[in-house]
Design a protein around this ligand. Structure first.
Ligand SMILES: [Zn+2]
Ligand SMILES: [Zn+2]
Length: 342
């Protein structure tokens, strides 16, 4: 089969001819119908993250059709449409057995530690496959497995309840999903903070109240719009020191700040004025859980989560085009969401 693979860190990916993966009795073989090209893939190609053994096939946002099932697989049949959870966990370490499998001591990620979806076929444990209804395209199904899933997990970590107010910092793929999911969970007002006009306009189309951080003091503006109270939940999806601080400072009494954006720079807050005075919580949110994915797929099927805007370009399994897209992602020169259709 054909696969577009990382051969060496910092070098362009290469199209290779490799054997179709073999499967164990509890695995399935999936014919890949869509594989999302994610910002993380640009990091992986650049060698910024420890990878599995090279060469490795990238691609962790995958949807396709079951091509073959292992002898022990009961819940899936050949021809079923599926989307794949990218974290493969052991199932019996302390974290797996307490329902927090994203911390599995031996967790391996498709397209990062194991061969992923930039290929014609991929092999995964059957438990990693989420049935994908006909109403959701393979392209949309693939992208649900990364940004949207992480957005849902963040809102669950923030314990958003009906009637609350939410601020989302950063209106990218994560932020747009978070806006819609927060509304679906029952948030009465969702504020969308960004500096780009087109993103703020898109956020407004999904009923969020846009806040242009380039034109106002975000914290003051949120206080003004909430009549001095601040928001109940604020989610940071950018990874900047300044926006993390704003996320915490825009909270009201008993507010929860959820940090999703990645940074290694310390987050400084005033413990008395900001934390103790309001009894706020700062919560880290890491990836998502397998158990959250069926709910997410169902929300997409019911159009509570609109996936029609997500994918804007489709490309074949072509190494040059994929490398070009990863270059763009590396240099932030394009907001186009591209999906490979092998
Ligand atoms: Zn991704
Ligand atoms: Zn485990």
């Amino acid at each position: 089969m054909k696969a577009v693979r990382m051969v060496e860190a910092g070098k362009p990916l290469e199209l290779q001819e490799v054997p179709i993966p073999s499967i164990s009795e509890t695995d399935i073989l999936v014919r890949v119908r869509a594989a999302g090209i994610c910002h993380s893939d640009a990091h992986y190609r650049a060698g910024k993250s420890a990878m599995g053994k090279l060469p490795i096939t990238l691609g962790h946002e995958i949807a396709g059709e079951v091509e073959w099932t292992g002898s022990q697989v009961r819940a899936l049949n050949v021809g079923d449409r599926v989307a794949l959870h990218y974290n493969i966990s052991c199932g019996d370490c302390y974290y797996c057995s307490t329902g927090n499998e994203q911390f599995c001591t031996t967790v391996k990620m498709l397209g990062h530690h194991l061969d992923g979806g930039y290929a014609e076929y991929v092999a995964v444990p059957a438990q990693n496959a989420i049935p994908l209804p006909e109403e959701i395209s393979f392209e949309a199904g693939a992208t649900l497995m990364c940004a949207s899933a992480t957005a849902l997990h963040a809102l669950r970590k923030g314990r958003v309840k009906a009637g609350e107010t939410v601020a989302i910092f950063g209106v990218g793929g994560l932020g747009l999903s978070a806006i819609q999911l927060a509304k679906a969970i029952g948030a009465v007002e969702v504020y969308a903070v960004d500096i780009k006009q087109d993103k703020l306009e898109l956020a407004s189309e999904y009923d969020a109240i846009p806040i242009d951080a380039g034109r106002c003091d975000v914290v003051e503006e949120i206080r003004r719009l909430t009549k001095g109270k601040g928001v109940d939940v604020a989610v940071e999806m950018i990874g900047l020191q300044q926006t993390m601080k704003q996320t915490v400072e825009s909270l009201g009494v008993l507010g929860r700040a959820v940090i999703v954006g990645i940074s290694r720079i310390p987050l400084e807050v005033n413990p008395y004025a900001t934390l103790i005075g309001y009894e706020v919580e700062i919560i880290g949110s890491n990836d998502h859980l397998l158990q959250e994915l069926p709910l997410l797929v169902d929300m997409a099927r019911r159009k509570i989560l609109d996936t029609s805007h997500v994918v804007s370009q489709v490309v074949a399994l072509d190494a040059d085009k994929i490398n070009q897209r990863l270059d763009d992602l590396e240099h932030f020169t394009s907001d186009v969401r591209m999906v490979i259709v092998p």
